[in-house]
Design a protein around this ligand. Structure first.
Ligand code: S3P
Length: 172
């Protein structure tokens, strides 16, 4: 019955490795809302992994897929959307997101992010740049956009999934 309380979408944004997918899944169970992962949705639609899309069609094509996916979700209600880390790169995406509900930003330090992503090879942006300095620079470039988009900001450093989820529920 909780799911019906939300007549809007909840979007989780933030840099790679801030825990967006994990937290979205957790929230969706607690709130009985449908959860969608943008990357997974795009990969299924394109019939390719995110790495393959970047390799074969390029980043610009992938960013177009992201924008189209957001437009597609615009007409839906009651979803928990775990967004790709680069979704804020296009200003128009930010306005699409603002129109469809609440935006929760998960934050973390470059050190925390590095520890969480270092063994993963599924992220084309980090694949050949897996170091704290690169992460810190990219985060620095994007931080204003993340903050511009966010309604609620939650720091995730040294916190459990449960603590992060509780904090979000209190602030929703
Ligand atoms: C990207 C983040 C990834 C994925 C793609 C690009 C980015 O999503 O969309 O690899 O530019 O930050 P996650 O944040 O879920 O890893």
């Amino acid at each position: 019955q909780l799911g019906e309380t939300f007549s809007y979408n909840i979007m989780i944004i933030g840099f790679m490795g801030t825990g967006k997918s994990t937290i979205a899944k957790c929230l969706s169970e607690i709130l009985s809302m449908e959860e969608v992962e943008m990357d997974q949705h795009i990969a299924e639609k394109e019939g390719m992994s995110i790495n393959q899309i970047f390799e074969e069609s390029g980043e610009e094509y992938f960013r177009n897929c992201e924008s189209n996916t957001l437009i597609e979700f615009n007409s839906k209600k009651g979803l928990i959307i775990s967004c790709g880390g680069g979704v804020v790169l296009r200003e128009e995406n930010i306005s699409h997101m603002k129109n469809q509900g609440k935006i929760i930003l998960l934050s973390a330090t470059p050190e925390t992010i590095y520890e969480r992503v270092k063994d993963n090879t599924e992220r084309p942006i980090l694949r050949n740049n897996m170091n704290i300095e690169f992460i810190a620079n990219l985060l620095e470039q994007r931080i204003d956009r993340y903050i511009e988009a966010a309604d609620i900001i939650i720091n995730t450093d040294n916190k459990t999934i449960e603590e992060i989820t509780d904090e979000i529920l209190r602030k929703l």
